[in-house]
Design a protein around this ligand. Structure first.
Ligand SMILES: Cc1cc2nc3c(=O)[nH]c(=O)nc-3n(C[C@H](O)[C@H](O)[C@H](O)COP(=O)(O)OP(=O)(O)OC[C@H]3O[C@@H](n4cnc5c(N)ncnc54)[C@H](O)[C@@H]3O)c2cc1C
Length: 410
């Protein structure tokens, strides 16, 4: 975590927010509901165009995160806030429940770690399951020898939630400007001048929630280029509609603790489709949703990042495995079939929209696991908001108000 707010802001301040993903819009909502004049600048033609609109749609219950971390704290609080918001607005919220399944004995140690963490994190109604009969009651087609079950893990539509929160912002008088890409940020006498190709504003405070571009925007204000965002694409397959009965809720592998991603899993989405994924392959552009979207600049910057060598050394084996699975369907299928032996290759009917994760890494190639925020004068920079930041968005907003925009909550 970076330093706390250098200055304090008060009612009547003009507050700018860069980024119309779920984190920026949740913050705009929290501020505008407290009577602040808020303007969101979003470069795309609509909200939730990147990570927020391209994810698994899971409301996590906090199983994995290091106890005491911001992720653990804000995920737990964010789940409840998201649930209540969906209830209030009549948005779909389905507690389909989640099983983390150990398929063989080699995974039992890591499963026990997850169980311990879940208990420390206060995951509600978590159950350890060692009885295969009970496992099959929850997921009739699953193969495994043990599992933990989180019945309150839910699914939602994060793009709709963002849109609904944006309506609250507008109703409270806040401005949301689409097609406004922030290209310049300058500090001027304790205030912030923010320019886009079509606008020029001076704000008292600026909060940057730019997801995949968070390091790029941080550099505009002269902040440390580290942590750097290295984009990782996650690809999904969709189960054929006539085979979605293979999955009742969510089936997750026991994740490899050396790797930041959760592994290919099955999720019954809020609209009853079942997707399988995501994997994690290096993206060749920050917003590269397929192998053919290549940004020479982004790729060059990733390859020349001082931590890239050490990262590649640590994770090359996993990288080769994930890339092979992306290019060769039977390999992807093989991973999925471990959990559902009845799965046929043809059940993976088609690929659905991929997502690109903004994962922050330090100069030495070390993963930045927890949420991270920096402060440069009146500019607050959300530097790392990976999963479960969609689950946590409303709690992240409250955290930023309390710790970085203290006087605005008064
Ligand atoms: C494949 C995948 C699966 C995931 N699954 C889950 C899940 O199941 N549950 C969960 O809780 N989390 C999940 N996540 C993580 C979650 O989606 C993100 O943590 C969350 O959406 C981050 O929100 P954000 O607002 O920070 O970023 P984003 O949604 O990426 O929004 C950032 C916004 O900033 C804008 N922007 C960038 N630069 C500029 C600029 N210069 N000027 C103006 N605007 C700019 C972008 O256009 C974008 O709209 C997943 C992520 C991925 C990719």
């Amino acid at each position: 975590m970076g330093g706390r707010a250098a200055g304090r802001s008060g009612r009547g301040d003009r507050i700018g927010i860069v980024g119309g993903g779920i984190v920026g819009i949740a913050l705009a909502r929290a501020l505008s509901q407290r009577g602040h004049e808020v303007t969101v600048l979003e470069k795309e033609a609509r909200l939730a165009e990147h990570q927020t609109g391209h994810n698994s749609g899971v409301v996590h219950a906090g199983l994995y995160y290091k106890p005491g971390s911001l992720k653990a704290e804000l995920c737990a609080a964010g789940r409840v806030l998201t649930r209540d918001f969906c209830a209030e607005k009549g948005l779909p919220y389905r507690e389909v429940g989640k099983l983390v399944v150990a398929v063989d004995e080699s995974e039992l140690g890591a499963l026990a770690d997850i169980e311990r963490r879940s208990i420390e994190n206060g995951v509600p109604d978590l159950a350890r399951i060692d009885d295969v009969g009970r496992l099959r009651e929850i997921e009739p087609h699953v193969a495994g020898i043990a599992a933990v079950h989180s019945p309150h893990t839910a699914v939602v539509d994060y793009a709709s939630i963002t849109e609904s929160m944006a309506q609250d912002v507008r109703a409270a008088g806040g401005g949301i400007r689409l097609g406004h890409e922030v290209t310049g940020i300058r500090l001027e006498h304790g205030r912030v001048r923010v320019t886009t190709p079509v606008s020029d504003d001076v704000f008292d405070r600026l909060i940057v929630c730019a997801g995949l571009q968070s390091d790029v925007v941080a550099k505009l204000v002269g902040a440390d280029p580290s942590p750097k965002i290295l984009p990782f694409r996650g690809e999904y397959w969709e189960l054929a509609p006539e085979r979605t009965d293979l999955v009742k809720g969510m089936i997750y592998p026991v994740p490899d603790p050396r790797f930041p991603f959760l592994g290919v899993h099955f999720t019954r989405g809020v609209y009853d489709n079942v997707h399988v994924g995501p994997n994690a392959v290096p993206a060749l552009a920050r917003e590269g949703y397929g192998w053919l979207t290549i940004s020479p600049k982004d790729t060059w910057q990733s390859l020349t990042w001082p931590g890239a060598g050490s990262l590649a050394k640590q994770h090359w084996r996993m990288g080769v495995d994930e890339i092979s699975g992306s290019l060769i369907k039977p390999l992807y299928y093989g991973k999925a079939r471990r959990f559902i032996p009845e799965l046929r290759m043809s059940d993976l009917a088609h690929k659905s929209a991929a997502g690109v994760r903004a994962q922050a890494w330090g100069r030495g190639g070390e993963l930045l696991d927890d949420f991270a925020v920096d402060q440069v004068g009146p500019v607050t920079l959300v530097r790392n908001a990976p999963s479960p930041a969609a689950t946590s968005s409303m709690a992240i907003a409250e955290y930023l108000l309390e710790h970085h925009l203290a006087a605005t909550t008064a």
